[in-house]
Design a binder for this molecule. Sequence first.
Ligand code: F6P
Length: 319
Amino acid sequence: MKKLGVLTSGGDAPGMNAAIRAVVRKAIYHNIEVFGIHNGFQGLIDGHIEQMDIGSVGDIIQRGGTILHSARCEAFVTDEGQSRGIEQMEKRGIEGLIVIGGDGSFRGAQALSEKGYPCIGIPGTIDNDIAGTDFTIGFDTALNTVIEAIDKIRDTASSHERTFIIEVMGRNAGDLALWAGLADGAESILIPEKQDAMEDIIDRLKRGQERGKKHSIIILAEGVGSAFDYADDIKRTADLETRVTVLGHIQRGGSPTASDRVLASRLGAEAVDLLQAGQAGKVAGIQNNQLVHHDISDILSKKHTIDMNMFQLSKELSI
Ligand code: F6P
């Protein structure tokens, strides 16, 4: 392989820059030229492509966001958009593409691979919702952002003796909520994978009150529903003073943690090795701290699962 391309797609995640850096530097280390594609698959269609060198990825390992920018691209779902993308790469002699993103982005990579154009995916999303990898790039940073916010909310919750419902991102996955809830000793963790009945949530709050607890923290994954609806229900049924905080996009920003930088560096380098070894249609991941790769089609057909032992533990520790 003499030339490869790299793009970031879908929702950005802290650590994407570290992954881009690893792709660029590992490729150059192997005498492969690297081309950065701006604005995800839309930039690929539009030919928004430029060659990168060692300097283009200097001083970015610690930066959040993505220097290549990102987008969700409807046009790439079409056969026409995909063929145009391949054309843009072929006319520059680019022989393979590395796609950093989530499952939507992997669908684009899968379509290209099925058309005979080699692609490798790297899981980059704060949601941690990709099968075949224990962690996605950005999850650890987002998790730390969430717990820092919850620690602050806990201070005011305690001063005012209030119940707080904190809504976190994660799309249809409960990982961010579960890990944050366990890390922060939340009274209840509401996740889409295992929904508790409202009576259980109230029971738990009441038991806390009986033990003299004056404030409570409930973490709600956005995939479960609106925190405001839950707050109304709790206010109505348990007559507790309730407040809601929706953490929103601050969860997607910030300097990546050491753990995300290391993960991104390992996965970025692995993706280059896979392309160079003639692999195509794969997603690189990490399982039990070992680098692995799986077929994109397998990854997309499997449902990401939550660690139910952790969920059970969170309940046992917040009795
Ligand atoms: O997939 C990452 C994510 O941040 C989800 O957690 C969230 O549901 C979604 O993206 C928000 O997307 P947007 O930034 O397009 O509003």
